[in-house]
Design a protein. Structure first.
Length: 146
């Protein structure tokens, strides 16, 4: 609002810079959710590969009992399930909050623009400065009333 004295374009630029700054700070948190959603399946993949290596090592040593292989492979599948379980909600939250942030920032920019435009036009007096004419007309009106 203080920038209106320098013109409406300057005030708009300052307001939109503020909106962009706040949006960027909130996007940092949303990016973390996207990163967790990306890393989750990779964590699961590491668990699967690790369990397969363990199973192949047991088979290579000749001590591969079906129960031992199942135990080793099931451990890797649990890690895979945990990775997917972390990723799915993170990806959903990332998309949800990113879209919500875009919507809120656009609505805020529109409301800000409308408010600045309204305040700018209300601060301008129609037909120039009429305060001097009103002051000069007041003594004449008093003289006529006497």
């Amino acid at each position: 609002m203080a920038r209106l004295q320098y013109g409406i374009e300057d005030a708009r630029e300052a307001a939109f810079n503020t909106v962009d700054s706040l949006k960027a700070s909130k996007e940092q948190f949303i990016t973390y959710m996207g990163t967790i959603g990306t890393v989750g399946p990779l964590l699961g993949l590491v668990g699967t590969v690790y369990s397969m290596i363990g199973a192949f090592m047991q088979m290579g040593a000749g001590t591969a009992k079906p129960a031992d292989l199942a135990k080793t492979l099931s451990h890797g599948l649990v890690v895979t399930l945990v990775g997917i379980g972390i990723a799915v909600p993170s990806i959903f939250c990332h998309a949800f909050f990113k879209n919500r942030l875009i919507k809120i920032s656009m609505e805020t920019a529109n409301v800000t623009d409308d408010l600045l435009t309204q305040m700018y036009h209300n601060s301008r007096k129609p037909g120039g400065d009429t305060s001097a004419a009103t002051v000069n007309a007041a003594p004449a009106a008093i003289k006529t009333a006497k």
